[in-house]
Design a protein around this ligand. Structure first.
Ligand SMILES: Nc1ncnc2c1ncn2[C@@H]1O[C@H](COP(=O)(O)OP(=O)(O)O)[C@@H](O)[C@H]1O
Ligand SMILES: [Mg+2]
Length: 291
């Protein structure tokens, strides 16, 4: 699950790149777009479909679900419609795919909360700015040391508690710094220090994520990513050195996520699920939701 209450943090960008990275590893990947208004991930994937047809390139495409926005009169009815849309998407792929990547909206709503409480891994991209830091925690204006937790951090804490009660799984929370500038700065060092403090307090792992690169945004209209084949036919242009650097950066991010990618890791995940099930705690998504 990609989550951060702040819009523009890089959730949809990371969701798409992660989907392509996992597809390239031969995994069966499903994607679910819960941003019922912006639908960035949905558009990204649609663009990829169109470009594959147009260019004749073979592009792996995830099984994608865009949860439709409820258009009933009452808010409660809309919540119910959207909830059903999400559950239907999960039910369609939970037994047939290795990974389900869920992109959430930059707002606190019922779908965002539900997704957070179901995550095995929560990935929160974060820009190197105290304005973005502010949804995680507050800092002292003099010393920049952390003084408290903010609303998004509290929401994740609650979601984690729910998940643990539901089936005993401890969600792994990874905060990924995004749009990093190449230049060191005092601001950057203060953010790093603040994140290190918060990591202990909130229980997340930090990842040195992605630098600010044009390549992460220029391919959106073609639905491509830095991880696609670096030939002129696929790209519709000559690849550059920036592709290689970005590719390296993305693979190291996937590595940091410690996802169950090989057969042994998957067997361990299955064994763990069976062990939890044998304690009389069902692990089916339906049951997680039912809690
Ligand atoms: N590493 C990056 N380098 C350059 N631009 C980026 C990077 N990550 C995200 N962006 C751009 O930042 C904006 C917000 O990203 P997006 O993925 O839509 O965030 P969110 O889904 O959290 O709202 C978009 O214009 C996107 O192209
Ligand atoms: Mg988005």
């Amino acid at each position: 699950v990609l989550g951060n209450e702040k819009g523009g943090a890089g959730k949809s960008t990371v969701a798409m790149h992660l989907a392509v990275a996992l597809l390239n590893f031969g995994q069966k990947v499903a994607t679910v777009d819960l941003d019922v208004r912006q639908k960035t991930l949905t558009h990204y994937i649609e663009n990829r479909r169109v470009w594959a047809k147009h260019s004749g390139a073979t592009l792996a495409i995830p099984s994608h679900f865009s949860v439709a926005r409820g258009s009933a009169q009452s808010a409660a009815d809309n919540e119910a419609i959207e909830f059903t849309g999400f559950v239907d998407a999960l039910s369609a792929v939970e037994h047939s795919h290795h990974f389900i990547i869920v992109d959430t909206a930059g707002s606190d709503n019922h779908l965002t909360r539900l997704a957070h409480s179901m995550a095995n891994t929560l990935i929160s991209p974060l820009n190197d700015s105290f304005v973005d830091f502010d949804v995680f925690g507050t800092v002292d204006p003099e010393t920049y040391s952390v003084t408290g937790e903010s609303h998004y951090a509290r929401m994740v804490r609650e979601a984690r508690q729910q998940r643990r009660l539901a089936d005993g799984v401890r969600m792994d929370w990874v905060v990924v710094r995004n749009r990093l500038s190449m230049l060191g700065s005092r601001n950057r060092q203060r953010i790093v220090n603040g994140l290190n403090e918060l990591a202990v307090r909130l229980g997340f792992r930090g990842a040195d994520g992605l630098a600010e690169r044009v390549i992460y945004r220029e391919f959106f209209p073609r639905g491509l990513t830095a991880l696609d084949e670096l030939d002129a036919r696929t790209l519709g242009m000559q690849p550059s050195l920036s592709h290689l650097t970005a590719r390296h950066e993305l693979l190291s991010l996937v590595d940091t996520l410690r996802l169950p990618l090989d057969d042994r890791a998957r067997q361990r995940a299955v064994a763990q699920a069976e062990w939890i099930a044998s304690r009389g705690k069902p692990l089916e998504l339906h049951n997680v939701i039912a809690e």
